[in-house]
Design a binder for this molecule. Structure first.
Ligand SMILES: Cc1ncc(COP(=O)(O)O)c(C=O)c1O
Length: 380
């Protein structure tokens, strides 16, 4: 258990024991299913924790030059790269830092493949395909929504893949279970299976929430084993992000004021939903607060949580507590490690929470604190 008196506020705190628990499960799936599982940096890239991650898995994805370079410098691997659109400016750097490059369209492949050849590097090239089969309810996270710009649809590919393509990539899930994957695979094989004899690797993207309590890991393993029986020549790759750090830490915040208005009490925090927990507003979802009642309870002290940016909608609510909150009360938002640090902003110049690790030795390790220079350097 984290001793919050040893942690600065605000702070994202990764718990080493919980991280290792997820990593062990992911490694066991990799071994049982004989697949390759790599970390999608877009969900989590707190690189000072990579020495722990590297004990379990060796590879990661990139969807930008910055992620590819981070993979090279801090994970010590060449990235499995996919980007919606490569640019002339960036491509030479992708060539430097990638083992695999997946193109989002045939026009991108035709434009950049000559440069892969000219580089003389052994880079595996792939195409992202889109099965156009929706299993994600939230539109903004659904790659298969009509008119999606992500991936090539089956009607655009003939019977033969272009020379130089050795793999296919699909990303269709978001916080889904193995049964959604099963349905997706049926559609994928139906629409693209004719091409599988021409490739040697198949990347099934992310969104596999294998570390969720309800996830049926045995079903996933048997599904992947059956897939391999059908296509024994294929290396199967999975690139989840969230699953690696699902429920592995918190965002610690402090109440700085309590504002009463229109019969509502708002606890004004030193963090912001808009800047530091953006998915709460985007998805949207109501985060859990440690020790609080998730829904208001009649008769108990009840508060809205107010963010510290000036955005009017930077609040969420309501939660009830056993005791009234006061200035200085600590608020612990649960499960705040995936898609938080990678998505934060410094809007309004609000202070960015520190980042640290609560080690399995019971010690807090501060990875990074942020200050004025971080804000200023982004502004010019
Ligand atoms: C191409 C691709 N791969 C992997 C992921 C990681 O997905 P998740 O973090 O939901 O597992 C994403 C997320 O958007 C993605 O777009």
């Amino acid at each position: 258990m984290i001793d919050f008196s040893k942690v600065p506020s605000p702070c994202y705190v990764i718990e080493e024991e919980l991280l290792r628990k997820n990593l062990s499960l992911i490694r066991s799936i990799e071994e049982r299913a004989d697949v390759t599982i790599i970390l999608a940096f877009k969900a989590f890239a707190a690189w000072r924790s990579f020495p722990i991650i590297r004990e379990y898995i060796q590879h990661s994805t990139a969807s930008s030059v910055a992620e590819a370079r981070l993979a090279y410098e801090e994970m010590g691997n060449l990235a499995h790269t996919y980007a919606p659109a490569f640019t002339d400016q960036d491509f030479p750097l992708f060539l430097e830092y990638s083992s695999h490059i997946t193109f989002n369209s045939l026009s991108q492949f035709n434009r950049f493949y000559p440069r892969v050849l000219a580089s003389g590097k052994d880079i595996k090239c792939g195409l992202r395909v889109n099965p156009l089969f929706s299993v994600v309810d939230t539109g903004i996270y659904d790659p298969s929504s009509p008119g999606s710009r992500l991936g090539i649809t089956a009607d655009k590919l003939g019977e033969k893949l272009p020379d130089g393509i050795t793999g296919l990539h699909m990303h269709n899930l978001c916080e889904n279970n193995s049964y959604d994957l099963e349905k997706t695979l049926e559609v994928l094989e139906d629409k693209f299976g004719r091409l599988f004899y021409q490739i040697s690797w198949l990347n099934l993207g992310g969104g596999h929430l294998v570390t969720h309590d309800d996830y049926d890991v045995d079903h996933l393993v048997s599904l992947l084993n059956r897939l391999k029986e059908r296509w024994p020549h294929l290396e199967i790759i999975l690139e989840p992000g969230s699953a690696f750090v699902w429920e592995t830490g918190v965002l610690l915040a402090t109440v700085e004021d309590i504002v009463e208005s229109g019969g509502i009490s708002t606890a004004m925090l030193n963090v912001s939903f808009a800047c530091h927990m953006p998915d709460c507003l985007e998805m949207p979802y109501k985060p859990r607060i440690r020790g609080a009642f998730q829904e208001p309870v009649a008769g108990k002290p009840t508060y809205r949580m107010g963010g510290n940016s000036c955005l009017s909608g930077d609040f969420m609510g309501d939660w009830s507590f056993e005791q009234p909150l006061q200035v200085g009360s600590r608020i612990v938002f649960e499960d705040m490690i995936h898609y938080t640090m990678v998505k934060t902003t410094m809007f309004n110049g609000v202070s960015h929470p520190s980042i640290g690790l609560w080690g399995k030795d019971g010690m807090f390790q501060l990875y990074r604190q942020f200050g004025y220079e971080d804000y200023k350097n982004r502004m010019g």
